[in-house]
Ligand binder design. Sequence first.
Ligand code: IPE
Ligand code: IPE
Ligand code: MG
Length: 257
Amino acid sequence: MRPARLPQPLDSEALRALGLDPARLPAHVAIIMDGNGRWATRQGLPRVEGHRAGREAIRRTVEAAVELGIRVLTLFAFSTENWRRPADEVEALCALYEQVLREEAPQLAERGVRVRIIGDRSEFPPSLQEAIRYAEEVTAAGDRLELVGALNYGGRAEIVAAARAVAAAAARGELRPEVLGEAELARFLQTHPLPDPDLVIRTAGERRLSNFLVWQSAYAELYFTDVLWPEFDRATLVAALRDYQARVRRFGGLDAG
Ligand code: IPE
Ligand code: IPE
Ligand code: MG
């Protein structure tokens, strides 16, 4: 039996009370979690304390996503460029993500959350790779929310890997270049078969993608907030969703009606 404290999806009335239209929620929300370092510095703490506080924001955001009925939540946690940081910060981040995956996986499974990790995990310490496998396995049956963690992820690296796989398939005579279209190429991306993000949120005031989901975000709505990631909560997410719902998505066509 599910304990009562587990977050449950809100009904339509509760969503409307938050100012949201239940029929127009984004299926996939992707977040560039930025500002952990600045948050820590402002508190007079070492940067790693910002990453620790960011863990609480991750927990709040996953619970909020379940309540709000979002189907896919992608969190950018470590970029292919983040190896340029000092070794001790990279090590602390790896240790923290390992701990998060191990400690949270059973509760996530209980909540119906399925964890998938995208990015090149092979460059991480073996213990982190093991924690990734564990979290993916333990949560494999989750059907309420797909939680995608982007770790050692770069949009360009992902496209290069897809191009290599396509070229190799063509060289083996398994794929004819003339039949390759957007949908066929997308099958080689790590996000397959998930839908493209409808909404990309970036915190901490930066207004760039930093190599995040560059193919998949071609038609995403972008939302920027000055809130630092450790302060992100359900109210910030709801504000982003309201802003999203006030927009007209044309996809190159004309407004309906
Ligand atoms: C985001 O916070 C977390 C990661 C990139 C891992 P930052 O560490 O980039 O925080 P700032 O941008 O230095 O404030
Ligand atoms: C983007 O944040 C990567 C993640 C959130 C994991 P960064 O802080 O690394 O981005 P830049 O360097 O400001 O572009
Ligand atoms: Mg940053």
